[in-house]
Each structure stands twice: as C-alpha cells, then as structure tokens.
Design a protein around this ligand. Sequence first.
Ligand code: FE
Ligand code: CA
Length: 524
Amino acid sequence: MTDRRGFLCAALLATAGAGTALARAPLGAAAPRQQRPRFTSDPFALGVASGYPLADGVVLWTRLAPNPTLIDDDLGTDDIEVGFEIADDPGFTRLLRGGRTRAEARHAHSVHLELRGLPSGREFFYRFRAGDFTSAVGRSWTAPARGMTAERLRIALASCQHYEQGYYHAYRDMLARGTDLIVHVGDYIYEGNTERPVRQHDRGECRTLAAYRLRHAWYRTDPMLQAAHAACPWMLTHDDHEVDNDYAADQAEDPADQDGFRARRAAAYRAYWEHMPLPRSALPRGADMQLYMSRSVGSLLALHMLDERQYRSPQACSTPPRRGGSRVYLDTCPQWHDESRTLLGERQERWLDRGLRGSTARWNLIAQGVVMTQLDEDPGPRERYWNDAWAGYPAARRRLLESISRSGCANPLVLGGDIHAFIVADQRVRPTDMASPIVTSELVTTSVSSGPPPQRVIEAYNRGDSPDVLLADGAHRGYLHLTVTQQRLEAGLVGFDSVRELQAESRVLARFAIEDGRRGLQRA
Ligand code: FE
Ligand code: CA
C-alpha cells in the first residue's frame, strides 16, 4: 500500500513541477556518444510522448523531424540510430535503463519503443538522443500490477482540437490541475482548414500520406500539446477528422471522393500511428488499424478504448447528395432500426463483451468518440436524431448497453466527445422508458479548441424532455477532469469562455460524481 501511495504522490509532485520535468538536462556519462548522423537543427522538434501503460512497461515515442512544417523535411531513406535513457529522477542521476533503438525511415523516422520488464507502479523519466541532440525529458509510469490497489488516478479527457480554431489552453490547464493520464477520443487533427482561423497551418484537405504527415507535424509543434504529451502517458482513439469528415468504414463523406478512399484511409491511419505513442500492435496493415485496446491500472480501473469509426455501417438516411452526418426524421427512415447495422463491428462487440465480463476492476471506463445519449431534437410529435452518433445506430446502442448490463462489471462509465459540448447523462437500454434501470452513464467532453455546436442542438438537450440528461453546455471549450478512487469517481467540467486568445482562464463549470456500487451520476 505504501508503495502505491508513494507512486501516486510522486506523480502528483511531478505533474505540479512539469516545467522542471520538461527542462533539457545534459546527458550523463553513461550515455552512448554517437558521431553520426549530424543534424543542423534539433531533430526533436516534435517532442516526446508515452502511452498505453502496462504493469511492466509503456510505449515511448518520438519522431525525428528537424523541419517538421516543411513538406520536404527529408531525412533520407536510412533508419537512424536513437539512444534512450530511463531514470528514476528528471536529472537522470539514477538510471534504470539505457540503450539504442531506431527511428525507422519507412515510418517517417518515428520511434515506438515498447519497454517491458520495468517495475510495476513506478514513475520514471525518459529522454532520447540523436546526433548531438538530446530530446526534452518525458515523464511516464508503469501501472500497479493487477490485484494491487492504486489510491487514485486523475484522468483528463480531450477531443476535437482544430489547430486553426483556437489555442490548446486545455492542455496547459490539465497539467496545472494535476493529471496522471490523458485520454483522447478523437478529432486529434482536422483534415481541412477553417474560415476564420485564429492561427494557420498548411492549406488544403489532406488526401496523401505526405499531407497527413505534415498536418500531424503541424499540430505537434504546439508547445502546450507537446508539454502534455511529455508530462504523462496517453491513450487514444480516433473519430472522423483524422481521415475525412463523417466517413463510415470504407465510405467517404463525398461520393466524388469514393474512388481511392481506402488508399486515403490507409495513408491517414499510417500517419496517425507514426505520430502517436501507440504500440506496434496498432501499426496499420493497409487500411486496417487495430486501435481498440484495454489497459488496467491495478485493481482500480480498466479503460476500454473503442473504435466507432473504422467498422461502422453507413449512416442511415442522410440527406442527398450528402452521405455522412444528417438530422433524420425517424418516420422517413425505414432502415433506422435494422438489427444488422453496427457501430463497432461484430468482432469488436465480442471483444468488449469478453473484456467487460472478465474485468475485476473497480471502475470500467469505456472511451469512444461519439455521443451515446439518444435525444429527440424535434420538440413536436415527430422524432428527429443526428445519424452519425449512437442515436443513429439504435440496435448497436442497445447491444452495447445489454452487454454492459449482462457482464456484471463494476461501475461502468462511458466517455465520449465529438459534439463540441459537455453532455452529462444517464443511460438506459430503452432511453425513453424511465421505468427501465440505469445501466451506465455518459460523460461527453467539449472540444479543446474546435468551434461550438449549433445552438438548437444544445437547446434540444436542455428542453427538459429527458430527466436522464443532467447537463448540456455548448458554450465552453475545455476538457473533463476525472478523479478516480476506490470509493468514488468525480468529474469536473473544466471550461474556457474562449480559446481564441493567447491568454485564457479556466473555470470548473460543474462537478458530478458516482459512488462505488451506485448507478447514475449525481451533482457534486
Ligand atoms: Fe470535432
Ligand atoms: Ca467528430
């Protein structure tokens, strides 16, 4: 127990002192000195990252890119040797491990170092070296072993961060508030530009590997985003904009883009993998990427990351000539309730069902990209729903909720994003039947920087038609900050009035909590 408490206190201190952790420190004498290659500028301009912690390891990431925002930042076709060091302290006086790995040319000279064999439940620091350059120092941790207790874990939930629409104050704020793990549920990049940009990256819609790589690199030059990747491990899933707005599996949004869409998806997935601290198990094969994955933190929690975009059926009854997202009147859409329509795909549904049934964790967090709450947007007698989210896949939503309910897993909670608004709501298998039990709850985070949702959508959530909707707020950018202990999960909705300026102050707009063993969110 003392060890575990030590782990989490150390994590708290290190997060509070993130500035120190990020400072560059000279390499100790133990580091291998390399004569080649020679870089004329810092090859670590995109920073460092870690992700997907296990009880004995984690994925460490960097990508060599001395000129990341130039399309011809070409390091050649050879792999490049990269040194790494793992230490107990940010000054690297107590080395745990050191060695060499490779930045592979075919993966845009990214490094995905899957460390194993580290002690459980430990905080550590890491850095890379290439040529005469040393990277920033990153901080990460290994999870407590299964069966061990962790006292507390603080998770920040993020989504929707259009670079041109605002600054990433949310990330600065997460570190200031203390965060052990960052979970991103999609729209990490946007494939296009914006009309009234706050700041600009390259122009045009991404379609090729080179274009997606360049876009990811632009995003990762942001200092607040870099600091957040260096400060703690991340887990991620994608939504649509990492590839193409509102695509569904193999279907492009625009029919004119359909030819060659699989190649485009393959390029986008590949650039995504290259820039994220993902394990090699997620390395795309062609246009397929195994992104759904679970991790647990001792007996405290299991985090199940889902992929709702890659395997889904096409959206039902979109307004022609559009495909993708539309607001649909149910009485005009015979296929809406088709049992064969899926959001996760059959394999992933089975995988999650097994994972939930086998879970011994106190909390079971299910993170995915879109809103689960099914809410009628029409104030009259007709029913109207947004067809890109779970509401548009009612059979899939029912199967997931039945799976959660049947599994008997402790304290399930769904985390989502996409809508650029906070939504806090309880979930029932039959959403309008208040006599049916609450199976789980949903916390949807607002956007980090992407613009607000249409006001009439938020009005629909706030009309009071459903007692299960506890809060809907589209007026703020920000993130969700979760504090998970054995007894309780507490969520703070952290909002900014605007992120279009270089200065911004955050505010906790509301707090909600779930007590261990209880269903349903309560205002805290
Ligand atoms: Fe978005
Ligand atoms: Ca989205």
